[in-house]
Design a binder for this molecule. Structure first.
Ligand code: NDP
Length: 331
């Protein structure tokens, strides 16, 4: 049969908009459990784009401990329904915009943490996928001087560091002790405290091989937790930021009237815990510090892990020994 094709609907003309396939590759699980539940699915539907959302072709993603806790079913009661495509952090290129999107367009390079609330109704279709849909307000333009892999490691961790410092009332001239200074969040708490908030003194804890890293990030004092107990040392701090789960010890080294921020584990008064809220405007505010190189992404040197190596990457993150961020790139 011979079908005449009008010029206006020839394939070349029809393909003007960025081509987005109907199906994509994504990591997914349909039951809670250890890393064994993760499967690379070659035919997941590309998420629909809401009016206030953009569709991002994901170039790189990063893992967070909360991805593991969620996969283990710890937030079952408030989680999105299974099957789940995990992943909160991503960097990539906008390929479609919703009708209400104001400041982003196709082709923009963005990064962000895609679920406004980490634990309450996080997105069912996360960032460990070729495409993910995310609200415009949760992302920001990617700093030009860093690549997708570096950018993907930042959002959840840097937003947590920033929100914690703000909630603690941290400000110029104050001192801070960071528990877990070499991890994804800790490496950014040290840098933000020093470079953005104007700390007078930053102390941080890590094991022996990571002390040099703490110094390079701006720590004035690097405490080797394998040799010294910070809680037995005489120094007291205006703020103690606990990214390890040592809330009971943290309160022993805070000054009278100071603040103790706890990300995980039991809370001992006057310490308090919070859960990060994703906010693209925080990324936009911090972009100049990233672009000037004052704040640097720390990508764990064991990575970036390739997309097929996601299970290996999770196993590594779950050792609790990662340095900076465990990144998946390219996707
Ligand atoms: P990481 O997996 O990146 O932390 C790993 C780091 O922790 C390693 O570098 C390790 O250093 C360090 N570490 C482990 N034990 C100790 C210790 N006793 N003293 C000092 N350092 C230690 O985790 P993240 O930074 O991403 O997250 C930290 C915690 O905060 C997690 O429990 C996470 O779920 C939680 N979190 C909570 C959020 C919230 O909103 N409430 C948001 C983000 C994270 P070494 O090898 O030297 O021991």
């Amino acid at each position: 049969r011979c079908v005449a094709t009008p010029a206006s609907s020839s394939p070349a003309v029809a393909a003007v908009a960025t081509d987005v396939p109907a199906k994509m590759k994504a990591w997914a699980y349909d039951e809670y459990g250890d890393t064994g539940v993760l499967k690379l699915d070659e035919a997941v539907s590309v998420p629909a784009v809401g009016d206030d959302q953009v569709l991002v072709r994901v170039a790189a993603a990063a893992l967070n401990p909360v991805d593991s806790k969620r996969r283990m079913g710890k937030f079952k009661a408030t989680d999105s329904p299974l099957p789940t495509v995990p992943g909160y952090d991503m960097a990539g290129v906008v390929v479609k915009v919703g009708s209400q999107v104001k400041s982003l367009k196709e082709g923009d390079e963005v990064y962000g943490h895609i679920s406004e609330k980490v634990l309450e109704g996080p997105k069912q279709f996360g960032s460990l996928a070729e495409y993910t849909a995310v609200e415009e307000k949760l992302v920001a333009l990617k700093p030009k001087n860093i690549d997708f892999a570096q950018a993907a490691g930042l959002p959840l961790a840097i937003e947590t560091a920033h929100e914690g410092l703000e909630r603690a009332g941290f400000s110029a001239g104050k001192s801070i002790l960071v528990l877990g200074g070499a991890g994804g969040v800790g490496s950014l708490i040290i840098q933000l405290a020093k470079q953005v908030f104007g700390a007078s003194k930053v102390a941080a804890t890590a094991s022996s091989p990571k002390l040099e890293l703490l110094k390079s990030l701006g720590a004035d004092v690097a405490i080797d937790y394998t040799k010294e107990n910070f809680e037995d040392m005489p120094e007291k701090y205006d703020v103690v930021f606990d990214a390890v789960g040592q809330g009971d010890k943290a309160v022993k080294v805070v000054k009278e009237g100071g603040s103790v921020v706890v990300l995980t584990g039991a809370v001992t008064p006057p310490g308090f815990r919070f859960v990060v809220t994703s906010d693209g405007s925080v990324l936009a505010k911090l972009n100049p510090y990233l672009e000037s190189g004052k704040v640097k992404p720390v990508v764990d040197p064991k990575g970036p892990f390739s997309f097929p190596q996601v299970v290996e990457a999770f196993s590594y993150l779950e050792t609790g020994r990662a340095t900076g961020k465990v990144v998946i790139s390219p996707i």
